[in-house]
Design a protein around this ligand. Structure first.
Ligand SMILES: Nc1nc2c(c(=O)[nH]1)N[C@H]1C(S)=C(S)[C@@H](COP(=O)(O)O)O[C@H]1N2
Ligand SMILES: [Mo]
Length: 427
């Protein structure tokens, strides 16, 4: 009997340098590879249980009114900042991107950004007012809004200030700490165009200004064209009513546009002929240029990606086969392609995009990698369906003043040392 040889050797199936492999190796020759490339070494470390574990011999717990993750997952938490005692309630928390998989952010881990604090809104007393350049100003309570036709769409929200740390330096924290001001949820609600149509737009209408109902009322302007396109007045987040932190009982979801225009706790929308130049869009979220001028209303977030596994702070246990995985997104449309390098950008291979691949939505990418145990520099480069390519760090910072912090989407590289430690590096 002759043993069947693998159709091609792992070496000849390389997709790019330093161990990046074609995914079909996983699918058709996965076991052969595993046998030869080290996963078995890891699996071998597990002992065969010699006795029944306690959970097989004792009664467990019963049903719960509202479920919680396993106690063993206690470490999977939002990354919260220090806070400032002078501004209680103000601040942000980040999604631990490297502890999650797929594209949906669980509601309890959706990042937060509060400019004053989280109001405790009684939904029975909350009202939404639509006025300004409309034929008929309107006001709704929640009960009235619930009777409108709704849509459900999976969209990311990314703060304009996300990744600012990576723009300025090389934080050795965690992927979520650096890039976790982005999250993704299924938002259900009413198309804003529907409500604007009902009020009837007047001549000259060109922008809307939206205001939140918290104590310091965040205010932001949105071009009418966008408001009539895909903006949602969202009432549900991943199937349940929006969490207080995300804008209970209603928020705007402005797909692909910087987080701050996604007004939470929205209670007033005014149709106007020019942007409002509010405190929240003049003091912040502008892009300072080298000549001292600043760009305003840079609303769509650029095409971007980051490898979440492996990523900074992790340690690879042994040489062998791994699945490199990460997230890509674009405020301009859908992700068309993600390229991955393991040799610091000398060669690139296309990663597999895991379905669903949706517009203005996080997209999960994956590619097998055979780590030799030597140094490697991993990075990803995303391309969207409008042809936008994620820029290098140098290209991303070039147009702006040195102190500019918003809208950074440069390529993120992670170095794997011979010992398996993963660090944040420039490529
Ligand atoms: N009313 C109100 N809306 C708001 C904010 C706020 O402080 N108040 N923060 C904005 C900013 S800067 C961002 S990035 C997003 C964050 O949304 P999230 O907290 O649901 O992640 O909400 C935006 N909408
Ligand atoms: Mo933000």
């Amino acid at each position: 009997m002759s043993r069947k040889e693998p159709e091609s050797r792992p070496e000849t199936e390389a997709a790019a340098g330093n161990g990046l492999l074609h995914r079909r190796l996983f699918l058709t020759q996965g076991l052969l590879l595993a046998g030869g490339a080290g996963i078995s070494g890891q699996a071998g470390a597990q002992e065969t249980p010699s006795a029944f574990p306690s959970w097989m011999t004792r009664q467990g717990s019963s049903t719960r009114g509202y479920g919680q993750p396993s106690g063993f997952e206690e470490g999977v938490k939002r990354i919260t900042g220090q806070g400032n005692p002078l501004f209680p309630g103000v601040g942000s928390s980040r999604t631990p991107l490297e502890r999650l998989s797929g594209i949906i952010t669980p509601n309890g881990l959706h990042f937060e950004r509060h400019h004053s604090s989280v109001p405790d809104i009684d939904p029975g007393r909350h009202r939404l007012i639509l006025h300004g350049l409309v034929r008929q100003p309107l006001v709704w309570d929640l009960e009235a809004l619930m009777r409108y036709p709704m849509v459900s769409e999976i969209r990311f929200i990314e703060c304009g200030g996300n990744s600012a740390g990576a723009k300025r330096g090389l934080p050795q924290t965690s992927c979520g700490q650096i890039h976790g001001l982005v999250s993704c949820a299924e938002w259900t609600g009413i198309r804003l165009s529907h409500l604007l149509d009902e009020a009837g737009l007047q001549e000259g209408a060109a922008w809307i200004v939206a205001e939140g109902a918290e104590a310091a009322s965040m205010v932001r302007s949105i071009p009418l064209e966008k408001a009539l396109d895909d903006v949602i007045l969202a009432l549900y987040q991943n199937g349940e009513r929006i969490r207080p932190e995300q804008g209970y009982p209603m928020r705007l979801v402005v797909p692909g546009h910087e987080g701050s225009v996604n007004i939470k706790w929205v209670h007033r929308i005014k149709v106007v002929d020019s942007p409002g130049h509010s405190r929240d869009e003049t003091g912040q979220y502008t892009d300072l240029l080298p000549d001292g001028r600043a760009l305003q209303y840079s609303l769509p977030m650029g095409v971007k990606s980051a490898i979440t596994f492996p990523s900074v702070g992790m340690k690879l246990a042994a040489a062998g086969l791994y699945e490199v995985s990460g997230l890509a997104w674009s405020g301009h449309g859908a992700i068309r392609r993600v390229e991955v390098t393991a040799d610091g950008g000398r060669s690139w291979a296309d990663a597999e995009l895991s379905a669903p691949v949706l517009t203005k939505c996080l997209t999960r990418f994956r590619i097998p990698w055979s780590w030799t145990g030597g140094p490697a520099v991993l990075a990803s480069r995303a391309i969207d369906d409008r042809g936008n390519v994620q820029p290098t760090h140098e290209a991303a910072i070039a147009p702006y003043a040195e102190t500019a912090i918003y809208h950074y989407n440069g390529i993120q590289a992670w170095a794997v040392s011979a010992g398996g430690e993963v660090a944040n590096v420039r490529m």
